[in-house]
Ligand binder design. Structure first.
Ligand SMILES: [Fe+2]
Length: 274
């Protein structure tokens, strides 16, 4: 099974630049790359901050780009999004009984849960008691089936002070729920605009750069979030019974494929040294 993760697109109005870059242009190139190389993906997940300020025209621009995309899509809200504006453009989005944009997909490979961590008016995230109840019920229903979690905010500190103050505010309560279930196979999130992998509570996790600006690799506490223009990324996730693989692709990178002086590739496909 192949899945695509895309995150932190930060779209504005058409022609609007965010962080000195064109988010619409960079997302269009991302979708072109996916359509040409990964149209066989089972689905594509956007892990939040689809827009930079939750404006209707930004969601409309996003919808226009999505129309050109081959695989089915799942959309999550981030702190830069606006729940109602997003649902007005995408009325088909799954919402739970309390109106949060949360849903799930059951496949042979396991249950894929898409969480809503938005706390309107704040850049940090929130996972309140009604949302925790929804998650707890989904995990109980999953039983022994593998579970894959997708969310915008990291539910733990990632070691970057400028972002750690903007993480999930209900970390302990969230951790308590996950600790009761031993079937979570991988956690995917956005928000930090940097490539990070590791494990938390024994759960493997990955996050990555967005399609617009990145956050600078800065372990000091600058008192603001430092943006950078590093190459944008999307992830290709491969899942089977024994593996979860996450490949990060910097789709605008123009690096040459290395060949030797005779024009042959350095490694022959036989594995034999040449
Ligand atoms: Fe973001």
């Amino acid at each position: 099974m192949k899945i695509i993760q895309i995150t932190d697109n930060h779209l504005g109005a058409p022609d609007e630049r965010i962080g000195g870059l064109s988010p619409i242009n960079r997302l269009e190139k991302c979708v072109e790359d996916i359509n040409s190389s990964h149209s066989d993906a089972a689905f594509c997940v956007f892990t939040g901050d689809i827009t930079d300020a939750g404006k209707p025209e930004a969601y409309q621009a996003f919808a226009k780009i999505l129309d050109t995309m081959t695989p089915p899509k799942f959309l999550l809200v981030g702190n830069h999004d606006h729940r109602e504006q997003m649902c007005s453009v995408f009325p088909e989005l799954d919402r739970d009984e309390n109106g949060f944009i949360q849903g799930y997909l059951r496949r042979d490979e396991g249950d894929f849960l898409f969480l809503d961590t938005l706390d309107p008016g704040y850049h940090w995230g929130r996972y309140c008691e009604p949302r925790r109840r929804w998650l707890s019920n989904r995990l109980k229903e999953a039983g022994d089936r593998p579970v894959y979690l997708f969310m915008h905010h990291p539910p733990f500190d990632v070691g970057l002070p400028s972002l750690d103050i903007l993480g999930l505010q209900d970390k302990e309560a969230f951790a308590d729920i996950l600790s009761c279930h031993k079937n979570i196979r991988h956690l995917f999130f956005g928000h930090v605009h940097r490539p990070i992998a590791g494990s938390w509570l024994g759960i493997p996790f990955t996050t990555m750069k967005g399609t617009n600006h990145a956050v600078a690799f800065d372990f000091s506490a600058p008192g603001y979030v430092p943006y950078s223009h590093e190459s944008p990324t999307y992830a290709v996730i491969l899942i089977d019974h024994s593996r979860v693989l996450v490949h990060f692709h910097d789709y605008l990178d123009q690096s040459k494929i290395v060949i030797n002086d005779d024009g042959d590739r350095v490694f022959a496909l036989t594995g034999k040294k040449i």
